[in-house]
Design a protein around this ligand. Structure first.
Ligand SMILES: N[C@@H](CCC(=O)N[C@@H](CS)C(=O)NCC(=O)O)C(=O)O
Length: 241
């Protein structure tokens, strides 16, 4: 049994897709990050970085204690190795999978996250930051488009954990609206993955759906919500106060 500590954002959906594809037995443990569920006592032992997603594998191998795994890329790699699915055991396909997975978690994800932060959460007047992160994010979307124009999937002919890492973030109108119809290869890839039965099952699940408050174009957070995600409450939890 795997516990998926889950918040309904693209990072959470990456892991939900993998669990649905592989059929691994799991249960969802929901977190509302606006309410500060990630600051709960004990969660720091599952994810010392106090972000979602994280998993606990209760059957990591004979004689092993339950294994917590944090960071969405590391979780996908762990589940790929556990099941032997969507991650080749060695060789060029595995290397390309890890390259594109790392690109998502180190570049596309963080730059998209910062663009989203300055567009949606920051007070007005942050022109330099908005320009810096949205331009870099658009550049990365062009890298994605170039790759998908030459290859059906990110690592090559096969759907892998690299595609699972990138796909959920491409679903939002915010992202698809950027360079919109100028990204035909991304759209072709997006729709091919959306048609997979496991993806249809995951995106239809009520327990995985994002509440409206996570989807707004401009967010006005309360002081407590700000503190839980970006401010004193989060910093205090990491310091162990
Ligand atoms: N690099 C991390 C990013 C995780 C992350 O930032 N998660 C967000 C939700 S998508 C979160 O937990 N935010 C809560 C907070 O910032 O307090 C990963 O890929 O797992």
């Amino acid at each position: 049994m795997i516990d998926l500590h889950y918040c309904a954002t693209p990072n959470g959906m990456k892991v939900a897709l993998m669990l649905e594809e592989t059929g691994l037995a799991h249960r969802i443990i929901p977190y509302d990050i606006f309410e500060g569920d990630q600051l709960r006592p004990g969660f720091g032992r599952i994810n010392p970085n106090r972000k979602l997603p994280a998993i606990v594998d209760h059957d990591p191998g004979a004689g092993e204690s339950p294994l917590p795994v944090f960071e969405s890329g590391a979780i996908l790699q762990y589940l790929g190795e556990k099941t032997g699915q969507f991650l080749a055991p060695a060789g060029p396909l595995r290397s390309r999978t890890i390259q594109w997975l790392t690109w998502q978690v180190a570049a596309l994800g963080p730059m998209g996250g910062q663009a989203s932060h300055f567009l949606r959460y920051a007070p007005a007047g942050q022109d330099y930051a908005v320009e810096r992160y949205t331009r870099e994010y658009d550049r990365l979307l062009a890298v994605l488009e170039n790759r998908l124009a030459e290859s059906p999937y990110l690592a090559g002919e096969e759907y892998t954990i690299a595609d699972m890492a990138v796909w959920p973030g491409q679903a939002s109108a915010f992202v698809m609206g950027r360079q919109g119809s100028e990204r035909p290869a991304t759209r072709r890839w997006y729709e091919a993955i959306a048609a997979r039965p496991a993806v249809q099952r995951a995106t239809a699940r009520a327990d995985l759906k994002a509440p409206d408050k996570y989807l707004g174009r401009h967010q006005k957070l309360s002081e407590a919500e700000w503190s839980n995600m970006f401010g004193d409450a989060m910093h205090a939890a990491v310091r162990g106060d």
